[in-house]
Design a binder for this molecule. Sequence first.
Ligand code: HEM
Length: 477
Amino acid sequence: MSDKKLTTASGCPVAHNQNVMTAGPRGPQLLQDVWFLEKLAHFDREVIPERRMHAKGSAAYGKFTVTHDISQYTRAKIFSEIGKETELITRFSTVAGERGAADAERDIRGFAVKFYTEEGNWDLVGNNTPVFFLRDPLKFPDLNHAVKRDPRTNMRSATNNWDFWTSLPEALHQVTIVMSDRGIPATYRHMHGFGSHTFSFINADNERFWVKFHFESQQGIKNLTDAEAEALVGKDRESHQKDLLDSIDNKNFPKWVLKVQVMPEADASKVGYNPFDLTKVWPHGDYPLIEVGVMELNRNPENYFAEVEQAAFNPANIVPGIGFSPDKMLQGRLFSYGDAQRYRLGVNHNHIPVNAAKCPVHSYHRDGAMRTDANYGATIGYEPSSTGEWAEQADFSEPPLDLQGAAAHWDHREDEDYFSQAGALFRLMTPEQQQVLFNNTAASMGDVSVEIKLRHIKHCTAADPAYGAGIRKALGL
Ligand code: HEM
């Protein structure tokens, strides 16, 4: 008999794990074979909903180390002194593919970091691009319905994809990046990361700054062409997962340098663009990158389901010294992630070890499915109380934010320039990179209708006449 004893979920020895119990060698199975019932019942429930987007991903643990002092901008303890280290987990992902999709697909990549700070978890849930297709969260479900499978054919549809993208002029900047030579990163290690949205910093004097976060890959940038990706996917559908896993197992720890762009609060109304528009970048000439520290990934999870599938990153998780902004996409996300995670993982998902804060948690939230801690024992469940139990911490109030304007469904497409930055990006490309952009776009559009193609050419031409002409030629129009 083995020393490594098989037991039921309640710890009782299992005597038979090879043959079910039957009435005679040919007879039917008996209901009293309770190990069989438990084993099958558990198996039947092993699958949980995948993330609605970003379902395919890879993660690793690591640390963030402060290398430069930015305490003039933020009182966040994570940045309080040079040399300070904070544990973290980072999950990378593709967006449109399902949990079993191939890694090397043309798509943006998710870049989500959970910093386990001493004042709670700070989740920076970004992408490998500084901008996004949209600037209104009301359109986010539409975007996903357009890029995911068609309801009738259950196939991905270039028509749905391009019909939607070309109906939104604000998407051109992001579309240009996805169709460029950077559209298929070779690995998760060889791409930058961005918080993308504008967030806020609050310093010890309670002054507010607007901030954008950038992670610069120290491995350099490496991309795949369509042909390289096609050949790779034919051999290996998990190329990103394998690369990250192997490099960390081989102690080749990937690193990213965290930099920030900082804008004084009052500048927001002075710059010639809306700094809370997620389809735009802030020019580096106006707001240069300020170095902050280094993120290193150095430990692979032991169990993919427990630590990666059950990881819950939520832009609503912020810590004192870091805050939100009027970016309406960010505001929309503040609802969606916790809501999705309560559905996907349950109301107590914050207790799952990968999600649990590494500081005391005193929320008064009680009960709920799968409450596996002591549920705050006998502690009273309300505040204020005469017992002086956990009280709000007014010292952490943010300064008031001035807002203006009447409540309405404002149309942000009117009088807005969605083409200058896409054009500037196009002009930054070498002629070879521009040609790659034309070719990738034509390949991705495939046999979509001429009407949709012309709509895209119109937007590209508005960005730069040479962009429009190149796409027209590549499409043979
Ligand atoms: C995942 C919603 C925009 C980055 C998700 C999930 C939802 C969601 C529901 C799945 C969460 C889960 O089940 O754990 C939205 C909505 C958006 C939006 C409503 C716009 C209004 C964005 C933007 C970015 C982004 C602009 C990047 C800048 C991510 C990432 C993940 C994710 C990286 C995967 C996180 C992980 O690794 O678990 N999003 N999203 N999303 N989203 Fe978004």
